[in-house]
Design a protein around this ligand. Sequence first.
Ligand code: NAD
Ligand code: GLY
Length: 368
Amino acid sequence: MAVISVALADRPYEVRVQPGLLSRVAEECGSRLRKQRVPIITDANVHAAWGAKVEASLLAAGHEAAWRILPPGEQTKCWLELSATVDWLLAEEVDRNDHILALGGGVIGDLTGFAASILKRGCNFIQLPTTLLAQVDSSVGGKTAINTAAGKNLVGAFHQPSLVLADPDALGTLPEREVAAGYAEVVKYGLLGDAEFFAWCEANGTKLLAGDSPTREYAVAASVTAKARIVAEDERETTGARALLNLGHTFGHALEAQTGFSSRLLHGEGVAMGMVLAARYSVRRGLMAEAEASRIAAHFAETGLPYELADLGLNCTGQSLASHMLHDKKMDAGTLPFLLMRRIGEAFLAKDVELADVSAFLDNELRG
Ligand code: NAD
Ligand code: GLY
């Protein structure tokens, strides 16, 4: 089993990665489960696929699962579900020292983490991530949030889990498109800081997507190792290190906004396209060689992820895409820090990017 420590000074925690962990949830959580009833929040798809396995583990250890089963989908990350979930946790008499389990993808992890952060001014939670995106990104690092009418993830808190159990077997029931979307976040770690890992992705990406278990386990452990190092260095995204994790996200977020945050473009798909755009924009600025950007696009082409903006059929202008960026939560006093690249494995935060130039660049890309 890979055990990765998120080495935060006052509250370090482990991310354990191994096939079969969901069958051993109670054992792995050990004395963190202090009471007979264990509150566990999930969505209906995940409950159907993995609920029985997790419940069997809890039962075998003398516990009873208190399930809260939410509707699947991004719309669940809202005030209404948050407040109903907090009321439910209060009715379950969850105390500060108890641990709430979050079984699901990023939606469940973000909502549960936020509920845990405000319940009785903060109680514990454990992440049991069941999507590739959640295993390699959202379950680690303590960002929690809900969406509001004004935008995505605009209300939330930094609240670290006490433990993360990532079981790559969980990906066996995940739709292929969701696996591919999560894979974009795996590639991100190579692009932002580890050229060798990007080369590993080139060699192994198709095998991972085809379901090869050791490849999935390696990718999750390597990604978490990269993220844990960055989070330990810059937990609250204040020094710039953690901002690197947003590579491709500013372009990607604009594309998601343009497509109405719908199933037309999943988050990871937007990030893949966004990373290609960040690379091509870096080429336009004379920062990166064109061959490097082409290599990135070729890998996404090979793994079935978006890599040509003109192919998305957006029917919009560069300016309309750039205007979504004005609402980005990274906007700071009227400027938008942008992640650009010098080469594969070296991203950096640029603070001199003009939205008008981005808009002209996007017009070119939209024309193909
Ligand atoms: P998700 O949680 O909506 O899951 C995707 C779909 O897969 C859902 O329909 C879900 O029911 C289903 N599903 C999940 N696991 C399954 C399994 N094992 N088998 C079958 N079906 C399964 O989406 P996601 O991509 O995991 O997460 C996206 C969310 O994560 C967004 O809200 C995003 O803002 C957030 N996010 C947060 C962070 C962070 O640092 N907190 C980072 C990245 C993304
Ligand atoms: N997903 C970006 C971060 O955790 O900072």
